[in-house]
Design a protein around this ligand. Sequence first.
Ligand code: SF4
Length: 216
Amino acid sequence: MNTIKQRNLFQESELLPISALQHIQFCERQCALIHIERIWAENRLTVEGHLLHEKVHDAGDETRPGITIARGLSIRSCKLGLIGKADAVEFHKQANGAQQPYPIEYKRGKPKIDDCDLVQLCAQALCLEEMLNITIPQGAIYYGKTHRRLEVVFSEALRQETESAARQLHALMKKGTTPTAVKTLKCEKCSLVEYCLPDTAGGNKSAIEYVKEISK
Ligand code: SF4
């Protein structure tokens, strides 16, 4: 059952960051450590990612023939319960004078084998659709490593995957507990591996519980 569509709109105070969709898709425990326990650790990849987003947002808005580009645009969806910033939204002028939004997300790396980047971009499109009462068929992700845009079609399947990730995120936050660690290959790339301790008994507990226990 679609709990998002069943319930009333989310209130302002209930909105969760769009960026958390990536965390919950990567690992539920990582998402809980960041958004429930408020633990955050930077690694080279996260620092480079932040710097890229700052650079894009700082570039400001721009107008070109037929296109207006808004950067660092604040967006939200009270249906999905999400809030965030779109790196860039191109507004393409149509023959009838209407402006068609085309969201663009910037990533430092290259296209991934999973859908997490696509879901994050689709969430931005769903926010814009709700805010502007318009349909957005596609957008793009610019990857710094390949210097190329990957065009993304917001298919029904991708929209459902995005809604599902938002529901999973809200369910985790409502529960308010950190899941047990399940060690996978992802742990090698996880910036929180030193807090999570997936190889030890610490991985059965929240980071806060584990620190309290070993301090006794
Ligand atoms: S180390 Fe592994 S189990 Fe722990 S948060 Fe990271 S990805 Fe998840």
